[in-house]
Design a protein around this ligand. Structure first.
Ligand code: MG
Length: 199
């Protein structure tokens, strides 16, 4: 294959372009990367973090799933802290700023917004630039309630919103061992990462 490309470069650039397209297809089919340089050019990583206060009189929504609890998350939208952290990870991977830029908390149109719908909009920004999600991973830090029974529902909701398989969406939960504000149940925070792959 390398020999063939070298010959094509020597002959003319049109032929080289054709072989390059075939090479890209081959890599996609095999899920393999041909060289470290190829990896650097075609994947991106993004990091997201968000925190919201726990207050009375609000719903607790995580990953688009409403969870029974005597406290909920405070915020301008539905305060879905998991979905917000994932959105920031996606935006960060392409240096597109953060969710505050696209959905400012001062704008009345986002009051009570369904964060899953906002996530779909962020995903659209990624897709229209020719990138797709390889996988997501996240950690929810919450002392209470117990989140384990709700993890599958969150994974399925997020995966469906993004057109992913459930095994591409990692959602984990941990307590903060009663330490600091999260441990004192004053809030819930989430750390998320996203891997993007160029189409
Ligand atoms: Mg937020």
């Amino acid at each position: 294959m390398i020999k063939a490309i070298a010959v094509a470069i020597r002959q003319n650039s049109e032929k080289f372009a054709l072989i390059k397209i075939q090479l890209d297809r081959y890599d996609t089919l095999t899920n393999g990367f041909r060289s470290p340089l190829y990896c650097v050019m075609n994947i991106r990583i993004g990091n997201g973090y968000d925190v919201h206060r726990l207050v009375a009189g609000r719903s607790l929504i995580l990953g688009g799933v409403q969870i029974e609890h005597h406290l909920g998350l405070d915020g301008h939208s539905d305060a879905d802290v998991l979905t917000h952290a994932i959105m920031d990870a996606l935006l960060g991977a392409l240096s597109l700023g953060d969710i505050g830029h696209y959905f400012p908390p001062t704008d009345p149109q986002w009051q009570g917004a369904d964060s899953i719908e906002l996530l779909k909009q962020v995903h659209g920004l990624i897709r229209e630039r020719g990138w797709r999600i390889g996988n997501l991973d996240s950690v929810i830090v919450a002392e209470r309630p117990k989140l384990k029974p709700h993890i599958n529902a969150m994974v399925n909701r997020l995966a469906a919103a993004l057109g992913l398989e459930p095994d591409q969406v990692g959602v984990k939960a941990t307590t903060n061992e009663k330490l600091d504000a999260m441990g004192e149940e004053k809030g819930i925070c989430v750390h998320a990462v996203a891997l993007l792959i160029k189409d």
